[in-house]
Design a protein around this ligand. Structure first.
Ligand code: DCP
Ligand code: CA
Ligand code: CA
Length: 978
């Protein structure tokens, strides 16, 4: 299994991705291709009608399989002798045995061989519809077919980041199940609500999933914009451009009395912030070339909204979501995020018709860029919020252009934005960011509003609590519970009804303070110019239906690539990987109500400290697979999977502290700032640095804090809300944020036992960390037994930092060092000591090592007594014991493979080297240093005898890394490879 996984990294065989290992795995496939070539040469190509189609034939067919193979080749198609879900377009059979029919899944399509004959006869590709076998069986769950001709674009609607999206719920409709005769046409021409759904087994699933996910669009563009602004700040040529644009503007300004009267009080450090946001962004973009449409109510949906025009609208009430609606629609009460059916009903009540337009993602990108660039041409004092929104500190610019009233500048700027984008926007101005943002609300649509100095209190008092950023209904409910007689609605009411202490009691310290400040219009934030995400993640909880671990690993590859892409985009690398899985609860139905959704699940997560800061998809993939093998679950029950990289570091610059963020207290929302518990450690941790010390060095944890964390540990602590970091989160459209908050409030649970382990671990950690900081004088004041305890703990800590726990084992002193007889073959050191190479380890190291033995770290022993999938568990246990490379485990097999690799490559491919290196490290972690030693000696010998000089340098680097790892495990010892 792991061997396959290793092979899957190779996309292009030798040259690019996986190099040799991938090539090895693909050898079989190539044989088929060769076959195909020979056949084509023998039998002249007659047509290309089956181009892009590959078949797998099962059971008896007429004509038989061989003949079908020949026909496919003659007509441009492919034939596979082995069934692979990813490669085979059609499963051809005329007579499947009942046992196989029973196993068919909703996505499986069995086509009668007559289809091939008829296609050839008519010399065109016919729909398989009339040739499908066992349709009633495979379609019984209401699944629509995936037609190969319409692979792009596929009508998959779903959402990323754990957010349940109601768009796809219409797939449940029975109406669709029965209308199979014209599904294809319906999807394309009539109603987008008939969605062709894939599951995650499809190789294009993730790509499609993300393409269709507006939440993915929103959060990824938010990140992209933050990074863009940050990078632009480094560019001198851009600063020159700004100077030029400012000069031009200065010359063309026509000042009025208002401009001359405006003064900023420099001494008081008066600030002027602008919040600027595009009006009904998606609608404005979609209609930018047809502004005449804008007078009627318009909504952006995936659905064309035809259904509810039928007589019985309740039956067809569309639960497709409106992502954006224009102001003409809003006058009828329609809002972003509303169900289409509801919006249509509101329109009907006013005898109006809602125009539904599709998503124009390309347009969103273009217009968003134009919007940003227009502003960035004048200033870099910008904090990007999302694709259609930003904060700007105008102070310096207004001083530069003085005398000038800020509204004069803003109206010119908005004119320019309108000209460039053909879309309207609105802006709010005030002395702080909060008030500026609230002012934008006031300004909309297509307007601007300035909360002038001295009018702040009057302005904030009128504002609704729910309009404050980051404030939702649940918070309002909590306040309301304390005042059942009043309906609490405005900031003024909060000011009058609650003291700071009361707010803190009701909402907690932090949130209480936040509401207190916000309701008074207080906001001390300055622009956050450095983008410092806490985590970069990918979560998919939709369409996850795997039958085998291999299918899952293929998907992991897609996920890893996407995570890599996100890390790259965010210009980050990370040192920790968390894998989170959602597994169908034992009491949940196999198929949940929400089609392809995840239903009720039991969730768990595991974390690994990586060797170094990485963004490499191969490492992410490998480590994820390793972590997955540590979970015990039935693959078919997996309903969701998430990968998250934390402990991030910018790849473009040194992060100079978190000072800019340090001032961002107002909107910091506790529930999203969770500290991640180490749910489990991994074999590979602590190779360069022990994880504990890396935590300590970065952020020394004080005892009080740590125990508080331990106490507060809840199930959500294992969750990272997608890629959305708190800053992005707070800026997300209210509906989306509420959905996310709702989800995060009720995340599924970790088994209680895990929590206990985490707590213990954290408390234990806090103790060992705190002892490092204890003052000598304090120590002396302590009672003797406590002093002794601390002294012992310190000693243990020194030992552990020298011999970090690896592979679930830690080195501990041997109680009887005078007995050097070593019998335990599972210990690599012991093996080596008994091997002929032992003499080469220096005496000094030998002595120091002899004092230690290994002991399994107890909390890592997580043997689930309920073995739910024996096959999987056994297999995974076996694999755990036996690291493999490209499927080879025995010394001989690996040697053969090494020989072939070295023989056939003039120069080693880096990915192969990495794979080999990881494999050797795995072996070390599994206490099989003997094999590592033999393999290294063998490889060196091959390189030498085959005179592969280009191998030397790179191979030496590999050896050094392996030696380093070995040394860390065994008190600085080195393997003798001479
Ligand atoms: N969006 C979405 N789903 C939502 C809310 C918003 O997909 N529930 C998308 C579509 C919006 C875009 O995000 O056009 C920007 O969101 P805004 O909150 O800025 O809303 P609009 O720009 O649509 O309207 P407004 O004029 O109120 O800013
Ligand atoms: Ca907007
Ligand atoms: Ca917005």
């Amino acid at each position: 299994m792991a061997g396959r996984a290793a092979g899957q990294r190779g996309d292009n065989g030798w040259g690019e991705w996986g190099g040799y290992m991938a090539a090895k795995k693909r050898k079989l496939e190539e044989q088929f291709d060769k076959d195909c070539m020979n056949n084509v040469q023998q039998h002249e190509r007659k047509s290309n009608i089956f181009h892009g189609i590959s078949i797998f034939v099962d059971g008896h067919t007429e004509p038989p399989a061989d003949e079908l193979k020949k026909l496919m080749m003659e007509h441009g198609g492919a034939y596979h002798a082995y069934y692979s879900k990813d490669k085979v377009t059609y499963f051809i059979s005329n007579n499947l045995p009942y046992a196989k029919i029973r196993k068919l899944k909703p996505n499986d399509k069995v086509v009668n061989s007559q289809w091939i004959i008829d296609c050839i006869k008519q010399n065109k590709l016919l729909s398989t519809h009339d040739y499908e076998m066992y349709k009633d069986k495979t379609k019984s769950r209401g699944q629509t077919e995936l037609n190969f001709k319409r692979m792009e674009p596929m009508k998959l609607i779903t959402s990323d980041f754990n957010v349940p999206n109601s768009d796809d719920e219409e797939n449940n409709s029975l109406e669709k199940t029965s209308s199979s005769s014209s599904e294809t046409e319906e999807i394309q021409d009539e109603d987008d609500d008939h969605l062709s759904v894939l599951d995650a087994k499809h190789p294009k699933f993730l790509e499609t999933f993300l393409k269709r996910s507006r939440l993915h669009y929103l959060s990824s563009t938010a990140v992209a914009k933050k990074v863009y602004v940050q990078d632009l700040r480094q560019k001198t040529e851009h600063r020159l451009l700004i100077d030029k644009r400012r000069e031009e503007l200065k010359n063309k300004l026509q000042r009025t009395e208002r401009d001359y009267l405006f003064k900023l009080n420099d001494e008081k450090k008066d600030k002027i912030y602008m919040h600027i946001d595009m009006d009904c962004f998606f609608v404005s973009v979609a209609t930018r070339n047809q502004p005449e449409l804008r007078d009627q109510p318009i909504a952006i949906t995936h659905s064309k909204g035809n259904k509810s025009t039928t007589s019985n609208e309740h039956q067809f009430f569309s639960r497709s979501e409106i992502s954006s609606c224009n102001y003409a629609a809003r006058q009828y009460g329609i809002r972003n995020g509303m169900y289409l059916g509801k919006a249509q009903e509101l329109c009907r009540n006013h005898q109006a018709k809602l125009l539904c337009l599709p998503y124009d993602y390309e347009g969103f990108h273009i217009i968003s860029d134009l919007f940003y660039n227009t502003v960035l041409n004048y200033t870099l004092d910008v904090e990007a919020v999302s694709c259609d929104e930003m904060y700007v500190d105008l102070t310096e610019l207004i001083i530069y252009l003085k005398p000038l009233h800020p509204l004069t500048f803003v109206s010119l700027l908005r004119e320019e934005i309108q000209l460039n984008t053909k879309c309207p926007c609105s802006a709010g101005l005030a002395s702080n960011m909060l008030l500026a943002r609230l002012a934008t609300r006031q300004a909309k649509p297509n307007g601007q509003y300035y909360v002038e100095k001295g009018y702040e209190q009057e302005f904030i008092s009128k504002q609704k609590i729910l309009d404050l950023p980051g404030i939702g209904l649940s918070l309002l409910d909590k306040l309301q519970q304390n005042y059942s007689h009043h309906t609490i609605e405005t900031c003024k009411q909060v000011q009058n009804l609650f003291s700071l202490e009361q707010l803190k009691t009701i909402l907690g310290k932090k949130q209480g303070q936040t509401i207190y400040d916000m309701s008074r219009g207080i906001d001390m934030r300055t622009l956050s110019k450095d983008y410092l995400p806490k985590s970069i993640s990918i979560d998919v909880n939709y369409g996850i239906r795997f039958q085998t671990f291999d299918e899952l690993t293929l998907f992991i590859k897609q996920l890893s690539l996407e995570l890599h892409k996100r890390l790259k985009q965010a210009e980050q690398k990370g040192k920790q990987l968390t894998v989170k899985i959602r597994v169908r609860s034992s009491d949940a139905p196999i198929e949940p109500e929400k089609f392809m959704g995840c239903g009720k699940t039991d969730d768990s997560s595991r974390l690994i400290n990586l060797h170094s800061y990485i963004d490499d998809p191969t490492i992410i993939e490998l480590e994820t697979i390793k972590l997955l093998k540590q979970f015990h679950f039935i693959v078919a029950d997996l309903r969701g999977i998430g990968l998250s990289i934390t402990q991030l570091q910018s790849t473009t610059k040194n992060i100079h502290g978190k000072d800019t963020n340090g001032t961002r207290t107002l909107f910091e929302c506790n529930q999203f700032r969770v500290s991640k518990p180490v749910i489990s450690t991994d074999n590979n941790q602590n190779i360069d640095q022990p994880s504990e010390s890396s935590v300590t060095r970065k952020r020394p944890i004080q005892q009080e804090q740590t125990t508080a964390i331990a106490r507060k540990l809840t199930r959500h602590d294992c969750y990272t809300p997608g890629q959305i970091d708190p800053e992005v989160m707070n800026e997300l459209p209210t509906q989306i944020r509420q959905e996310l908050e709702e989800y995060l409030k009720n995340p599924p649970s970790l088994p209680e036992s895990n929590l206990d382990l985490d707590r213990n671990e954290i408390v234990e950690k806090s103790f060992t960390q705190v002892i490092d900081h204890i003052d000598e004088s304090v120590l002396n004041e302590l009672p003797p037994e406590m002093r002794h305890e601390i002294a012992m703990a310190k000693k243990l800590r020194t030992i552990e930092s020298k011999y970090p726990p690896i592979g679930g084992k830690r080195l501990v002193p041997i109680t009887n060092p005078s007995n050097p007889t070593i019998k335990d073959k599972s210990n690599a050191f012991n093996v080596l000591m008994n091997s002929p190479q032992k003499q080469t380890i220096t005496k000094k190291t030998l002595n120091s090592i002899k004092k230690w033995r290994t002991e399994t770290i107890l909390h890592e022993e997580r043997n689930d007594p309920i073995v739910r999938n024996e096959q999987y568990v056994n297999q995974s246990e076996k694999l755990k014991q036996q690291p493999n490379i490209a499927g080879c485990t025995s010394l001989n097999d690996v040697k053969l493979m090494l020989r072939e690799w070295i023989e056939t490559s003039d120069e080693p491919n880096q990915i192969d080297l990495d794979l080999f290196q990881n494999y050797l490290i795995d072996l070390l972690n599994f206490y099989n240093a003997e094999m590592v030693h033999q393999l290294l000696i063998y490889s060196l010998l091959q390189i030498k005898t085959l005179t592969k000089i280009n191998w030397n340098e790179k191979f030496q680097i590999l050896i050094n890394t392996v030696q380093k790892h070995f040394g860390q495990m065994y008190g600085g010892a080195t393997m003798d490879l001479s």
